[in-house]
Design a protein around this ligand. Structure first.
Ligand code: NAD
Length: 493
């Protein structure tokens, strides 16, 4: 694998980075370290400092001091230009960042470049603009009173992040946090710490005052993650990750009544009616099933197809899935890279075995990696049929390149299947019947509903999940509300 990476002349100059904490404007180490592994080669590529209560406390104190330092006196236009400079710097270093993201996660380099890194920069540009154009609420109460809301920073925000879209999701939190004038203590996933480390450097280069952006590496429970969630001087915690971890964080944040925002797991249905444009459906379903090796919270992992087009769908979808190339993330022709770690690879393979035990049929994919690869955490895109609605593989989030497909007969039945889950994150509805599209959308229990598309985002819209998929919404004004405190001022006239 490494030799293929080295074939890419332009990428030769980049090297994996050793990951140290970034506290009060300086990189610092910990005595405790673990190895960082590239999942596609299973080689050790560097080290990660492992922080705990002590490092987190230093970071929180720095973030608290920074709230009343030079950061506080910057005008919104000055903050906005700092955000813009961070975006510029990300784009200037985009090949390097995409190299690090692909090496850390195993995802295709081209995907990292086009999606993760480009959108990370866009997160800063979006909130830089939003910050200088947003208004506030004001109400006139007859001739009696005038009410208006003022906004101030919420304070020190703990940011706990997953490994699937490391830089994209971290910047989705950091950009609005800085826009609102708050300060941050970030903890990336222990599996994918490299781009967060470079982001800390970029923030400093872009003129973010010391202490405003801090980074502590480490694990979750009994480590840096938990230390952030229970620190009494952290005012708010934003977390993206597994639903079970969300429960633990909520408990740990409860004694100090922190504000929380949770973006959690999903088991998202794709509902395909017979009147949809099947070829378009299939091309988008390939993405919603296997993009980023299926490790996307919004992945459409439960596919429901109207019975009259089920056979045609299966034939075309299976044929296109078999054409996807699995392998070296740095090979331009590769569509599906490696899963993020050996632990996660084994977790996904266990679900494929479970699907067979539950009576399912593996139509394509399964455990065997392509012959050309002798190591790495690769799982071929996998389609499973024949499972009932109560099967664990239909109910539980697998978070890999594995989808189940089931036929349905009526609109009523498929709405029932779609809602029959503890999750409520995303849904795609495919139909050319306008009335049905609205009708079904209004009855689906999910925070994000697409009609005839998937993953089409506008950063102004509310983003988040219902049921066990999340708490709160992010995006545009929703993000601003989380990273600020609103006070209402009433003036008697
Ligand atoms: P995870 O919950 O295992 O870990 C996420 C982060 O939480 C890591 O940084 C980890 O160190 C930390 N953590 C773990 N236990 C902790 C604890 N007790 N206290 C504090 N921090 C703790 O999730 P993951 O495996 O990294 O990510 C995959 C999950 O994330 C999937 O369920 C996926 O659906 C979800 N996700 C959701 C969204 C969304 O927007 N809804 C986006 C991406 C991923």
């Amino acid at each position: 694998m490494q030799s293929k990476v080295m074939e890419h002349e332009a990428l030769k100059k980049y090297k994996p980075v050793d990951c140290r904490h970034f506290i009060d404007g300086a990189f610092i180490d910990s005595e405790k370290k673990v190895n960082n592994i590239n999942p596609a080669t299973e080689d050790v590529i560097g080290t990660i400092a492992i922080g705990g209560e002590q490092e987190v406390d230093r970071a929180v104190q720095a973030a608290k001091r920074a709230l009343t330092g030079p950061w506080k006196s910057l005008s919104s236009f000055e903050r906005s230009s700092i955000l813009r400079r961070i975006g510029d710097e990300i784009l200037k270093r985009k090949e390097e960042l995409a190299f690090l993201e692909a090496t850390d996660t195993g995802k295709p380099y081209a995907l990292a470049l086009e999606m993760d890194i480009t959108r990370a920069a866009h997160n800063f540009y979006f909130f830089a603009d939003y910050l200088t154009s947003m208004g506030t609420e004001a109400y006139q109460q007859d001739e009696k009173a005038l009410h208006y809301a003022i906004r101030r920073p919420v304070g020190v925000v703990g940011m706990i992040n997953p490994w699937n879209l490391p830089l994209l999701l971290l910047t989705w939190k950091l950009a609005p946090c800085l826009a609102a004038g708050s300060t941050a203590v970030m903890k990336p996933s222990e599996w994918t710490p490299m781009t967060a480390t470079v982001l800390a450097e970029i923030c400093k280069d872009a003129g973010v005052p010391d202490g405003v952006v801090n980074l502590v590496h480490g694990f979750g429970a009994d480590s840096a993650g938990e230390a952030i969630t229970k620190h009494p001087e952290v005012d708010a915690v934003t977390f993206t990750g597994d639903t079970k971890t969300g429960t633990a964080i909520m408990q740990s944040a409860a004694p100090s009544l922190k504000k929380v925002s949770f973006e959690l797991g999903g088991k998202n249905p794709n509902i395909i009616f017979a009147d949809s444009d099947l070829d378009e459906v299939i091309e988008t379903t390939l993405k919603s099933s296997f993009l980023n090796q299926g490790q996307v919270c919004l992945a459409g992992s439960r596919i429901y197809v109207e019975s009259t087009v089920y056979d045609e769908f299966m034939e075309k979808f299976t044929a296109r899935t078999k054409e996807l190339k699995v392998g070296d993330p740095f090979d331009e022709k590769v569509n599906v890279g490696s899963l993020v770690s050996r632990e996660h690879y084994e977790h996904v393979l266990r679900y494929i075995d479970l699907a067979k035990e539950e009576g399912g049929m593996v139509v394509t994919g399964g455990t065997n990696r392509p012959d050309s690869l002798d190591k790495g955490c690769f799982v071929r895109p996998t389609i499973i049929t024949g499972l009932g609605q109560s099967a664990r593989c239909v109910q539980e989030e697998i978070f890999g390149p594995v989808v189940t497909v089931m036929p349905f007969d009526t609109e009523e039945a498929v709405i029932g299947y779609a809602n029959d889950t503890k999750y409520g994150l995303g849904t795609s509805i495919w139909t050319n019947d306008l009335r049905r599209a609205h009708r079904v959308a209004h009855r689906i229990e999910a925070g994000i509903i697409w009609v005839n598309t998937w993953y089409l985002r506008d950063l102004r819209t509310p983003f988040g999940g219902m049921k066990e998929s999340g708490v709160g919404r992010e995006g545009g004004a929703h993000s601003f509300d989380f990273y600020s405190e609103l006070s209402n001022v009433t003036i008697k006239l």
